[in-house]
Design a protein around this ligand. Structure first.
Ligand code: HEM
Length: 179
């Protein structure tokens, strides 16, 4: 996974739990030697170990952690990739265009990164359905990212997930609506 995920995870943990929580988390995950940076990619397995340790140390569930993390990183991601986004895009427009304008560029420029191919059905100006398939099964991260994009664009979004791979579906269907 792209180093940005790990660098942001460190920022998230320090912001939510305090600076001393990060070395504790690394130690619990058996990753005390890890030095994450933006310009490299790191094994998915390490991200999973860090989430597992965060579950053990905070008592939160993995879905809660992933969703909260997604919400947290949306602002930084939008800022870093602002050049690819149109200012007039609503939150739903940003999500609709993530695959074509952002993830596709990340895939090209960062050979170690494999963002999920997001399939989007724009049901109406106020609603879209995101079909998410990834071996990583991080639909909770996607839901958090969607909420965070809404927050950044000052638009309240409601998010639900009628079908989910964690409940046996072949793909997750995430429905996102604006008021
Ligand atoms: C400016 C906006 C965004 C940027 C720059 C961005 C970039 C990235 C990057 C770099 C990764 C790591 C991939 C890897 O290392 O293999 C990633 C993963 C992911 N992205 Fe995005 N993303 C953005 C918006 C979104 C949005 C709006 C969604 C969904 C609503 C989304 C869903 C995901 C998910 C679920 C993953 C986890 C990896 C997986 O499921 O396979 N992203 N993204």
């Amino acid at each position: 996974m792209h180093g940005i995920v790990f660098v942001e995870l460190e920022k998230f943990v320090k912001t939510k739990l305090g600076a001393e929580a990060w070395p504790k988390l690394l130690a619990h995950a058996g990753l005390s030697q890890a030095k994450y940076k933006l310009t490299a990619a790191f094994p998915d397995e390490e991200a999973l170990k860090l989430v597992g340790s965060a579950v053990a140390l905070t008592g939160m569930t993995a879905p809660q952690i992933l969703e909260s993390f997604g919400d947290f990183i949306a602002g930084d991601l939008l800022q870093m990739y602002a050049g690819l986004l149109k200012k007039e895009w609503s939150a739903l427009d940003v999500i609709e265009n993530t695959e074509a304008t952002i993830h596709s560029v990340v895939r090209q420029k960062n050979p170690g990164a494999a963002p999920p191919a997001l399939e989007v059905k724009r049901v109406s100006p106020q609603e879209l359905v995101l079909v998410y398939r990834s071996q990583r099964k991080m639909c909770d991260l996607a839901k958090g990212l969607a909420k965070g994009v809404g927050r950044e664009r000052a638009q309240a979004l409601t998010v639900d997930e009628p079908d989910c791979m964690h409940r046996g579906a072949s793909a997750c269907r995430i429905r996102i609506r604006s008021a």
